[in-house]
Design a protein around this ligand. Structure first.
Ligand code: SF4
Ligand code: SF4
Length: 454
């Protein structure tokens, strides 16, 4: 079967045949829970993958569509007693599907060539598109088009996509964060900060908050102004070689030997970034560095829990917060306690547990763009739970979840602040600096990132 068969067939067979069909993962799978169809379950999908790897099943459109109906939320991995590496299977299955071309159509080929092969391979291009979008939004064209009703002439799918276009930040991370930030107190660690791709356009403020929090906790922070996409978009969408290329670029830009940690604040990216070793397993030049890289990559919550959070001395206005868990933070990286610890360290916040906090919100990378019906059903479920807590703020550690919840709350007229946990901590530190007892914290605060808010 040539190139198209190498991903699943080339995998260590112990990975492919590890599922013992117990079905314990089924109740945790959102697509199975919604449909009760075996082939929409982890067990069903793994059976399809194994049949293909064994040569009992030809690649087909049905197989490929099934792999794209999966959210990639990895809840099944948390539930699985046999330790099935569904993440690896799923990425290889999608790569098989792409290599076979069974899903090819002119529009799909165009969108993938533009977004995956061109836009997200060079962040200068992405920023250029982001700046154009920002002009469209700030010069009033977006409001004009929406008000005129002209958008109603577009196909329904395009109308839906236009409605969830994110607001582009006025400044990107390179405008907000100096390349080198030194703590004014004693330097305890030297870390690199990954500012991401879409994150940089839509949530550069979260990157700034992350840098501030790191410096406040004794880290020297290195943030190169020009960065690369981590490649998770590519790996999750079957573009294995592009994902490998981006992984090599990351390792070259952030030599892992030079840092105590390489920090990401995006749960989805972190889950991918910690697996460069398997992505580059056959690359003699990079595989050893990829092993060190995997050990050094830390999610911001995880890192702060490791080094110990310096508690803010002042309190935020009293507020009730609930926490939605990003799938790739909770299931992909098994980080569940650290974000709660961070939130509980902030005076003034009361944390209320969210029912089904680990259930996917429907964002799942670009899933909400390609499977809107399932994504919206999951979003409704999530927002209903959030409303039920009575919280005025929901915190979550992944840009896709942030955007999904912001758009969902807006579209449904729900008053809700959606925020990254690290932003709340940064706000508490800023409050501290404005308080009458600010002497100690201003001494420790990083002068180079002290904007007018301080
Ligand atoms: S990744 Fe999520 S949607 Fe896919 S099979 Fe596992 S639980 Fe189901
Ligand atoms: S829980 Fe694990 S072993 Fe059991 S069916 Fe699901 S994937 Fe297979």
């Amino acid at each position: 079967m040539g190139e198209a068969s190498q991903h699943l067939k080339g995998l260590d067979y112990s990975v492919v045949q590890q599922c013992m069909h117990c079905g314990l993962c089924l109740p945790t799978c959102p697509t199975y829970e919604a449909t009760k169809v075996e082939r929409h379950s982890p067990r069903g999908r793994i059976s399809l993958m194994r049949a293909f790897a064994d040569g009992r099943l030809e690649m087909s459109k049905t197989f490929a569509e099934e792999m794209y109906y999966c959210l990639g939320c990895l809840a099944c991995m948390t539930a699985c007693p046999a330790g099935v590496n569904y993440a690896e299977l799923f990425e290889h299955a999608r790569a098989e599907a792409e290599a076979s071309g069974v899903l090819k159509s002119p529009s799909r080929t165009f969108v993938r060539a533009f977004a995956i092969h061109w836009l997200f391979m060079d962040l200068n291009r992405l920023q250029l598109v982001g700046r154009a979008l920002r002009l469209y939004q700030t010069l009033g064209f977006q409001g004009l088009l929406r008000g005129s009703g002209i958008l109603k002439l577009l196909p329904r799918r395009l109308q839906e996509l236009e409605a969830i276009t994110p607001d582009i930040q006025p400044e990107f991370s390179a405008d907000l964060i100096p390349p080198v930030l030194q703590p004014q107190c004693q330097r305890r660690y030297r870390v690199a900060l990954l500012t991401g791709c879409a994150q940089d356009l839509i949530f550069s403020d979260v990157n700034r908050d992350t840098a501030e929090v790191l410096v406040r906790n004794g880290c020297e922070v290195i943030t190169p102004p020009e960065q690369f996409c981590c490649g998770s978009l590519h790996a999750h969408n079957g573009e294995w070689e592009l994902a490998q290329r981006l992984a090599r670029q990351q390792i070259d830009q952030f030599p892992p030997e030079e840092f105590d940690a390489i920090i990401t604040n995006a749960g989805g990216c972190g889950s991918h970034l910690k697996h460069y070793r398997s992505l580059l397993a056959h690359d003699v030049k990079y595989r050893e560095r990829a092993r060190i890289w995997d050990q050094k990559v830390k999610d911001i919550h995880e890192w702060l829990a490791t080094i110990g959070i310096t508690p803010p001395n002042a309190q935020l206005p009293k507020q009730v917060v609930t926490y939605h868990e990003s799938c790739h933070l909770a299931h992909g990286q098994k980080i569940t306690a650290a974000p709660r610890q961070l939130l509980c360290s902030i005076p003034g916040l009361r944390l209320i547990e969210l029912p089904e906090s680990k259930w996917c919100c429907g964002s799942a990378g670009i899933y909400n763009l390609i499977q809107p019906a399932m994504a919206n059903a999951l979003l409704d479920r999530k927002l209903n739970h959030i409303k039920g807590t009575g919280a005025e703020v929901v915190a979550t550690g992944n840009p896709g979840c942030l955007l999904q919840l912001i758009n969902g709350a807006k579209a449904r007229g729900i008053q809700l602040r959606v925020v990254h946990p690290v932003t709340l901590l940064a706000e508490a530190y800023r409050t501290e600096c404005r308080s009458p007892n600010a002497e100690s914290c201003t001494r420790n605060a990083p002068s180079s990132i002290l904007h007018s808010e301080f």
